[in-house]
Write a protein that binds this ligand. Structure first.
Ligand SMILES: *[C@@H]1O[C@H](CO)[C@@H](O)[C@H](O)[C@H]1NC(C)=O
Ligand SMILES: *[C@@H]1O[C@H](CO)[C@@H](O)[C@H](O)[C@H]1NC(C)=O
Length: 241
């Protein structure tokens, strides 16, 4: 990959500024600073070597958001900057009138549910300070599976956790981080990398099929009033055995 992949110069547009201000007005100033995403390109290249990028047209980004408010009041996609901003309030409604699940504004990546092979999610995430008690990314299982998810990444008090447990990354607030999640179906393993560094390698329970989700999904403790995450450069890779 070209060296320019490792360093991303980010300047906020006025539209993005408006979105950023929705959850935490204090964050607006940060949007104009230069943000270095990753120190090393080699790690990214190694992680995706041998994988094939799957096609992800915009139609595959299916947004789920509280059913009783217009989607643009919880989700914004700045196509120019390539940044998706998700936010949700603790007292929001679920994403439809049937589910009893907690409020969320999330993309469900459609069109690439998988049940065999090695699959990899790559994305650059950003969590503004004051956001707590959410899942920012998950591998979701098929409806009716024994477990709803294969893995989740939660944010509590500025720390990124594997579910509510193992610490994945401290001081996660107000900076872009590169996330790579590698799910090997045959081996039943998931590996989680932050900025190219392995943070979690774990055995997971098998399920019939899986898909990736990211955004904000309210959890059960240490929940802030408003929760926000931003994502860009979402890429999905797969590799046959
Ligand atoms: C992210 O995507 C933008 C286009 O939306 C592209 O210009 C940029 O090079 C990508 N950056 C990385 C680090 O992949
Ligand atoms: C988050 O912070 C609150 C208030 O300081 C504390 O009670 C809680 O235990 C913390 N939660 C985690 C998961 O660190």
């Amino acid at each position: 990959m070209p060296a320019s992949r490792s360093v991303f110069f980010f300047s906020g547009s006025s539209r993005l500024l408006a979105a950023g201000a929705l959850c935490a007005a204090a964050q607006a100033a940060l949007l104009c600073t230069v943000v270095v995403v990753a120190a090393s390109t080699a790690a990214g290249d190694e992680l995706t070597a041998g994988f094939v990028k799957v096609d992800l047209p915009e139609g595959n980004f299916v947004v789920q958001s509280p059913y009783d408010v217009p989607q643009e009041q919880r989700y914004r996609y700045d196509a120019g900057a390539g940044v998706r901003t998700f936010w949700v309030y603790a007292d929001d409604k679920p994403f439809n009138t049937v589910t009893p699940t907690n409020p969320r504004t999330e993309v469900r990546l459609a069109g690439h549910d998988y049940s065999w092979g090695v699959w990899q999610f790559e994305g650059y995430g950003y969590v503004p300070s004051q956001t707590s008690g959410i899942s920012v990314m998950q591998i979701h299982n098929e409806d009716g599976g024994a477990h709803a998810t294969t893995m989740m990444l939660h944010v509590y008090n500025g720390t990124l956790h594997y579910y509510s447990g193992q610490v994945v990354e401290t001081y996660i607030y107000d900076r872009w981080f590169r996330l790579n999640v590698v799910h090997d179906i045959r081996a039943s393993t998931v590996a989680i990398y932050i900025n190219g560094e392995l943070r979690v390698a774990t055995v997971v329970a098998p399920s019939a099929s899986h898909y990736f989700k990211f955004g904000v999904y309210v959890q059960h403790h240490d929940v802030s009033r408003c929760m926000e995450s931003r994502w860009r450069n979402i890429t999905v890779f797969s590799k046959p055995y």
